[in-house]
Design a protein around this ligand. Structure first.
Ligand SMILES: Nc1ncnc2c1ncn2[C@@H]1O[C@H](COP(=O)(O)OP(=O)(O)OP(=O)(O)O)[C@@H](O)[C@H]1O
Length: 292
């Protein structure tokens, strides 16, 4: 089935300026189709997070970033527009790696953005919205009897699902997920993965992940970045079973080191940082083979 493009980049480059400029993303042209999950993978320092953040102008909160090219949401540029950045970020949500609740109740965490954007007419409607999104992220059954308690009282995994609910409640067109399970224990990571599986036909997700296994499990499409450039993209099956480029084959085989990380294997089983998100518990590591 051919899906409509939800968001695309046009010759997008992102440079961190300073004593020494770093071009973290270089001339990227890529289209992300709607209602599917696209995983962005690649070795450490290849520009995954930089690309993700440039998709909703998150870099504007940093002073030393230069963007060239464009990002187009639907038919309109998100850079060449009079729309304020908060409205862009409502349409293109972002869920960070570290689950961070607002210092508010569980209810208010979900209601916060909805209140901000005035997208409800009565308290009953707001109650319904909170319930709907807590159900969507499979959290309602766990919290419905304590909605007024502080969100910080939840477990890390529950907080990450709450953050997903908060992001979804303002009805974004695209949701960016930056290693959203890598700070979680395996069981919590599995719950978040299940939630993403349940939602991915209904929403456009773009997810950065260190875990090849997670990309295999969740993604419809996979994009492989290397030194800021797109080397290969494809549907998940052909990407992993029949990659076209030698570089992709090496990465999938676990033989590619990241930018400036000569002693680090960033390949196939790269998801074992900290409380690993790789719910398969596959912790095999391959020796690094540095190549430029
Ligand atoms: N704020 C910054 N200032 C200067 N350079 C930066 C900044 N953020 C990232 N970089 C550099 O840009 C390049 C890409 O970094 P980025 O974090 O996007 O890569 P990544 O693929 O997400 O890495 P990782 O997998 O380790 O999270 C790296 O060389 C990094 O050192």
């Amino acid at each position: 089935m051919t899906r409509q493009p939800a968001i695309r980049t046009e010759n997008l480059s992102v440079t961190y300026t300073g004593n020494e400029d770093v071009e973290a993303v270089t001339g990227v042209d890529i289209t992300f189709p709607e209602n599917q999950l696209t995983a962005i993978i690649g070795p450490s320092g290849c520009g995954k997070s930089t690309l993700l953040k440039s998709l909703n102008r998150l870099h504007e909160i940093q002073p030393n970033v230069e963007i060239e090219g464009d990002v187009v949401l639907g038919e309109s540029s998100i850079y060449d527009t009079d729309d304020p950045a908060p409205e862009i970020r409502r349409r293109i949500g972002y869920v960070p790696q570290t689950p961070t609740p607002l210092p508010l109740s569980i209810y208010e965490n979900v209601a916060y953005g909805v209140r901000l954007h005035g997208e409800y007419e009565s308290s009953e409607e707001l109650d319904g919205i909170v319930e709907t999104y807590l159900k969507k992220v499979n959290l309602w059954d766990e919290v419905h009897d304590r909605l007024d308690t502080p969100a910080a009282s939840l477990s890390t995994g529950q907080i990450q699902r709450l953050c997903l609910a908060r992001s979804l409640a303002v009805e974004p067109e695209v949701l960016l997920c930056d290693e959203v399970t890598s700070a979680l224990d395996p069981i919590s990571a599995e719950r978040v993965e299940e939630t993403l599986m349940d939602l991915k036909d209904e929403y456009t997700f773009i997810m950065v992940t260190h875990s090849m296994n997670q990309a295999r499990r969740l993604a419809d499409d996979v994009v492989f970045l290397y030194l800021g450039e797109v080397v290969e993209r494809g549907d998940v099956e052909s990407f992993f079973q029949d990659p076209t480029h030698e570089r992709t084959k090496q990465f999938i085989g676990g033989h590619t080191a990241g930018r400036g990380t000569d002693d680090e294997a960033d390949g196939a089983e790269d998801a074992t940082d900290g409380a690993d998100s790789d719910v398969d518990g596959d912790t095999t590591r391959s020796p690094a083979m540095v190549e430029k």
